[in-house]
Write a protein that binds this ligand. Structure first.
Ligand code: NI
Length: 260
């Protein structure tokens, strides 16, 4: 087993912020973590994620188009995803979702239409989704309450309310907790973390962004999953080892293509 027994279920190791020391960092991470899931945000990064997964046994890839990257989405994006999905180390579709925060993103109707195509692929290909929801809680909830059934997935860096979490948990969806759950002003996220059924809990970093305390503002890296997990253990009154064991089980249940 790795030093921490933890998985980082969301890290962008393909990001250019890792260009200088990616190989050294990955060598260290192989000892520190059970595994890392690297979602793509567009064509180039999905392919980069796959190449990292080919190079490092502990890295797995997800593929798809992030809601901030839809302007130049190729016409045949569904074929590309279906093709990538044949790779044994592609374990999810993501990072996909809705982002109404940035004005320059495509309008909600366009985002939703592309999202629904991605979610349909999850069903066809029997893969879970990795979901990004920023300032789009209402539409996100509506899609999963009314439009989509029969798929599984994780709401990464969950930032919705406890009420929203309860609705999603009823449908068996997972919740990713990262650095933001350690921030002083994230009371709402900690409320959700305290409530979430342990069998639906996952840890993540969203590296290189959103470093947990005490690294806030610095470059995040998957090894810092440990700080988020320790903080969660403190909040929940249990040991980090217990959470590591449970969340590892959860990773292998949700991301079925990862060999046990
Ligand atoms: Ni991300």
């Amino acid at each position: 087993m790795s030093r921490t027994g933890l998985w980082d279920t969301h890290a962008h190791l393909d990001d250019s912020q890792f260009d200088k020391d990616r190989d050294a960092l990955c060598a260290e991470l192989a000892e520190t973590l059970e595994g890392v899931i690297n979602p793509g945000v567009d064509e180039e990064s999905s392919e980069f994620a796959i190449s990292l997964a080919e190079k490092y046994p502990f890295i797995y890839a997800a593929v798809g188009w992030h809601p901030e990257e839809l302007r130049n989405i190729p016409k045949d994006y569904e074929d590309k995803i279906a093709n990538w999905a044949k790779h044994p180390k592609v374990v999810a579709i993501g990072e996909i979702g809705l982002d109404y925060y940035w004005m320059e993103n495509e309008p909600p109707a366009v985002q939703k239409a592309i999202l629904l195509r991605h979610l349909d692929l999850c069903k066809q290909l029997d893969l879970p989704f990795i979901f990004h929801d920023r300032e789009a809680h209402g539409d996100t909830l509506e899609i999963f309450q009314k439009e989509i059934t029969g798929i599984r997935g994780v709401f990464h860096c969950f930032s919705g309310s406890l009420e929203m979490a309860k609705e999603l948990a009823k449908r068996g969806f997972y919740f990713g907790f990262g650095g933001t759950s350690t921030y002083k002003n994230s009371q709402k996220t900690r409320e959700v973390l305290s409530w979430v059924p342990r069998e639906l809990m996952l840890f993540e970093t969203d590296s290189p962004y959103l470093s947990p305390i005490p690294f806030r503002g610095k470059r995040n890296n998957p090894a810092y999953t440990e700080y988020t997990a320790k903080n969660a253990a403190l909040l929940l009154g249990c040991s980090m080892e217990e959470l590591a064991e449970q969340t590892t089980k959860n990773v292998l249940t949700l991301f079925k293509k990862i060999p046990r």
